[in-house]
Write a protein that binds this ligand. Structure first.
Ligand code: BG6
Length: 495
């Protein structure tokens, strides 16, 4: 058997093969893996959904979805020839027999070694059903190949429902076979957080409450809910962005150094960090978290006027909060987080604000000198990729005056464009069996327990919505949250 050294052998059974995620993200990501030789001769995809289409039609869908990735038509049609379609209703147990036969056939045809990835890209209420039926209908390979389950978000809507879902999955798959996607973990600069922290003495030595005043995480979006009102209105920003993406980022920033750079060790440290996050009581939740909903301005509709959103919706489209860790490293150093729709711009960044020097020997108020600034390490996640460090230096004028200067590294736009996209990285990780960039159950559980407390308080308090204008950085209360602590957001709009 000829196999490329880079190649991963596997069958991928994809549930939801004609859906939006598959066509927008998964097929283009797979094409990239094909192009790079991470999958090549020994891979096959069985796409399933309730549609009644044949292999030929399915391949057309696949080809169309990857058309803008390359001009190499031959490569695209070779790639698409590995895709097969089986019409399938996941709730109908008898349908799994077809899948089983097709899997066995393709396993043989492409010499896949019994390796199987089951990727569920469907509404979450089907996750448990599919996992159970895969096991009871004997779809799991039993001849020494691997079985891996990939689950998209959302993983529950609170701790109880997430636990129930997890129990259903665990009845069919072991924890190390379950890959819970959080696409933020596939982003280049999120993965870089560990490199910046643990690869640099100058940061890791200072990475604690003695030297860091506060850490700020901002995930800003300039779009509104667009076509997703049905989902979003039942979710809100707290569940949609905080419970998963933000909690993951925070755990990477807060964790201790793992024993080794491998999934089990990293997960262990992330879980420890999340477990020391203070779960708020009612009073703390009301003071330390604020929410917002966007209003309208000009042609920009207010949230309650969007298609599919109830006119009296109290769903939050913005969240800001203060997180406290009760551990030796972080006690007394808050993490401030914020995320929202229809904000000023689309970007993600982390600002690490160091403490100011205890004594400012350069302060001569009579001569108009300015006080020293805090050093700030900014990690630009998107759209720019890179980081900057703000330091104080003497300016070159007469006299002795300090001013802040920026040491900055940004990937150039060509490198940024070539950076593998999250789904390419994550699918590759699944094929390698590397769980580093996936959320483990104990992480998900801790994140829900934290978020549930905020939700409980919000569910009984009536918000004053709408309370921020599109194009701003959210409601005034988000600024007040920091002002109360005599702090401010590093990223502000220039008014
Ligand atoms: C998703 C949320 O998980 O992340 C969306 O459901 C959000 O509401 C999206 O828009 C943001 O992801 P990205 O990669 O565009 O920052």
């Amino acid at each position: 058997m000829n196999i490329l050294p880079t190649e991963r052998r596997s069958l991928i059974v994809l549930f939801g093969a004609t859906g939006d995620l598959a066509t927008r993200k998964l097929y283009p990501a797979m094409l990239k893996l094909y192009e790079k030789g991470n999958i090549r001769e020994h891979f096959a995809v069985i796409g399933t959904s309730r549609h009644k289409i044949d292999d030929e039609k399915y391949r057309e869908i696949v080809e169309k979805s990857v058309a803008k990735e390359t001009s190499n038509k031959k490569m695209v049609s070779d790639f698409a020839s590995h895709f097969y379609f089986v019409t399938h209703d996941v709730t109908n147990v008898s349908h799994y027999a077809n899948l089983k036969d097709k899997s066995a056939e393709l396993d043989k045809k492409y010499a896949l070694g019994g390796n199987r990835v089951f990727y569920i890209s469907m509404a979450p209420n089907f996750f448990g059903t599919v996992a159970k039926n895969l096991k009871t209908q004997h779809l799991l390979s039993e001849n020494g190949g691997f079985n891996r389950l990939v689950i998209e978000k959302p993983f529950g809507r609170d701790f109880e429902s997430a636990k129930q879902l997890n129990d259903e999955l665990s009845a069919a798959f072991e924890e190390n076979q379950i890959f819970r996607i959080d696409h933020y973990l596939g982003k280049e600069m999120i993965q870089n957080i560990e490199a910046i922290r643990f690869g640099n003495t100058i940061f890791e030595a200072l990475w604690n409450n003695r030297y860091i005043d506060n850490i700020q995480v901002t995930l800003a979006e300039n779009l509104g809910v667009e076509e997703r009102a049905g989902y979003y209105d039942n979710s809100g920003a707290l569940r949609d962005m905080v419970q998963n993406h933000i909690m993951q980022i925070v755990s990477l920033l807060a964790m201790e150094q793992p024993v080794a750079f491998k999934d089990t060790d990293i997960r262990q440290e992330k879980v420890k960090a999340l477990r020391s996050l203070r779960v708020y009581n009612v009073a703390e939740a009301s003071t330390n978290f604020v929410r917002g909903q966007y209003g309208g301005v000009g042609n920009s509709k207010e949230y309650r006027q969007e298609d599919g959103v109830p006119k009296d919706s109290n769903t939050e489209t913005f969240v800001a909060g203060k997180l406290l860790f009760d551990n030796y490293r972080w006690s007394g150093t808050p993490f401030y987080i914020r995320t929202g729709k229809k904000l000023a711009d689309k970007f993600t960044r982390v600002d690490v604000v160091f403490k100011k020097p205890l004594v400012d020997i350069f302060s001569f108020p009579q001569s108009g000198s300015t006080p020293l600034n805090a050093n700030v390490l900014t990690i630009f996640i998107e759209p720019n990729q890179g980081f900057s460090l703000m330091v104080n230096a003497k300016n070159s004028e007469q006299g002795f005056h300090t001013e802040p200067v920026n040491l900055q590294f940004l990937e150039d736009s060509k490198r940024t464009k070539e950076t593998p996209q999250p789904y390419e990285r994550l699918i590759h990780d699944v094929l390698k069996g590397d769980g580093t960039n996936f959320a483990s159950w104990p992480e998900v559980a801790s994140a829900w327990k934290f978020v549930d407390q905020i939700r409980r308080v919000w569910d009984i308090q009536q918000p004053m919505f709408p309370n921020y204008i599109p194009g701003s950085m959210g409601p005034v209360s988000a600024d007040e949250l920091l002002a109360r602590d005599h702090r401010e957001w590093v990223y502000k709009l220039n008014k």
